[in-house]
Design a protein around this ligand. Structure first.
Ligand SMILES: C[S@@+](CC[C@H](N)C(=O)[O-])C[C@H]1O[C@@H](n2cnc3c(N)ncnc32)[C@H](O)[C@@H]1O
Length: 183
């Protein structure tokens, strides 16, 4: 199956299952554009679910680039791995099962791109844990900063006010996505 066909399959599944909170096509278009422009070598994703956002990013990556995914649920991680194989991107994506806060300190960087989409109140913990491994000019994309504004306030304060980033909020009406660049 093509990456597009697997993404469509997951979109259709999420329409049927309301508990499948994927990034979705509208916000996904922004993420794909940011990845395409940044041409990252190593992406860190926190919160993979069944692989939608990782497949979307893998489709935009230069040939030698790769993604390390962290997913708390072993069941979701197994489904994500199956979807990666189906989309033909399994060779460039590694999935680590565990919590973002526990796993990030064990990973080998550097990372020049990070996508954050796990526990909303832990966004700043993930970023702080990753900072020693983030390249200069690394790009960090955070989902749900509109829908979970209260939970992500410490994160937004950090990237917008003096944490060493330039940062922009992209408004999607019912939700928003934060795109930050490390200075
Ligand atoms: C919103 S979903 C991710 C959606 C995915 N990025 C996509 O667009 O397809 C959030 C995921 O984060 C996982 N998660 C929740 N807490 C986590 C944690 N502390 N560490 C890692 N993953 C976590 C959940 O199991 C869930 O699969």
């Amino acid at each position: 199956m093509s990456t597009a066909a697997v993404l469509e399959k997951i979109e259709a599944l999420s329409k049927k299952q309301s508990g499948l909170p994927i990034l979705g096509a509208r916000k996904g278009k922004l993420l794909a554009e940011v990845v395409r422009e940044a041409k990252p070598r190593h992406i860190l994703e926190v919160g993979t679910l069944i692989g939608y956002s990782a497949i979307l990013m893998a489709a935009e990556l230069p040939p030698a680039s790769r993604i390390t995914c962290i997913e708390l649920s072993a069941d979701n991680a197994a489904k994500a791995r199956r979807n990666f194989a189906e989309a033909g991107v399994a060779d460039r994506i590694e999935v680590v099962v565990g919590s973002g806060k526990a796993v990030i300190p064990t990973l080998k960087g550097p990372f020049d791109f990070m996508f954050i989409d796990a526990a909303k109140e832990e966004y700043l913990d993930y970023l702080k844990a990753a900072e020693p491994k983030l390249a200069k000019n690394a790009i960090i994309v955070a989902d749900n900063v509109g829908m979970f504004r209260k939970e992500v306030t410490p994160y937004l304060d950090h990237v917008k006010k003096g944490g060493g980033y330039t940062s922009e909020t992209h408004d999607f009406g019912s939700d928003a996505v934060e795109v930050s660049r490390r200075k």
